[in-house]
Design a protein. Sequence first.
Length: 334
Amino acid sequence: MKIFHTKTYEGIDSLQVAHVDPPGPLASGQVRVAMRAASVNYRDFMALSGQLRSPEGSLIACSDGTGEVVEVAEDVAGVKVGDAVAITYNAGWLGGPWRDTTSMMTRCCPLQGVMQEEMVVHHSEVVHLPTHLSFEEGATLPCAGVTAWHALCGPAPLIPGMSVLLQGGGGVSTLALQFAKLFGARVIAISSSDDRCQRLKQLGADEVINYREVPEWNQSVRELTDGKGVDLAIDIGGADTIDRSIASTRIGGRVAPVGLISGWPNTVSSLFASSVDITPIRVGSRDDFEMMNRAIALHQVKPVIDSQYSFEELPQALRHLESGKHFGKIVISF
């Protein structure tokens, strides 16, 4: 079977296709999945450059994938041949609060990634896809979807009428926008151009701010909320945006740091003065994934897909992600 991997951890240029034997016979509790689609994330750059805890030897790329179950062990119940499933990102986090032990089993560092034609995993590592979604649409969910869902309502309930601040038009932000509107929240979004702002409005944002025209966008957020600030800010940018996200949030509100596009934040000078809760998001659990899928199925939500590439075009897909010009998720079709 084909895999896409790196041996040298030197970034996108070190990726190569290889042919290897498929996984061997199933052990107790395992299922075999013929992979059909994947999606790319900014985390993939960190994995491919050796910034994360990598497995020994080579690393199979990408953390988000979907496929069709083609074999199940005799003792597996609840999963059958022919089921369309997604592979979970946090293999060790089934439910409940996050603990340090749950982060040790994340897909694509330290576990191998999904850019392989066939995977054998424990049945607890697969989640059924909503039936109205294609494999490509489902592949947007394991990281970006679960992250968006958990950021919105994992640490605390999102109540109708609450205000949420989102950043940009990437996968987490577009999915968080779609989910926030399901909860009846007011969404304020910032983005880099009038065109992208308009697309966010079309997707459901109540107010949008072009942050290139309004560099001090936190002041605009305050004005839009009668000087109080939003109830929840989901921070994607990292070092360059976290202070403004905190400044945009009301006293007693919450900031959910999600992304590290501009790097790790330094000590946040406004943290103690702001009186907001900081709840870093580590994607989410299997329970989060299943709750999200129930909402997606009930409301027939369709994730926003920016573009689609073939298996062999993974490097091009990653370069498109690197450009920052995407709106929604970039997917790979096997």
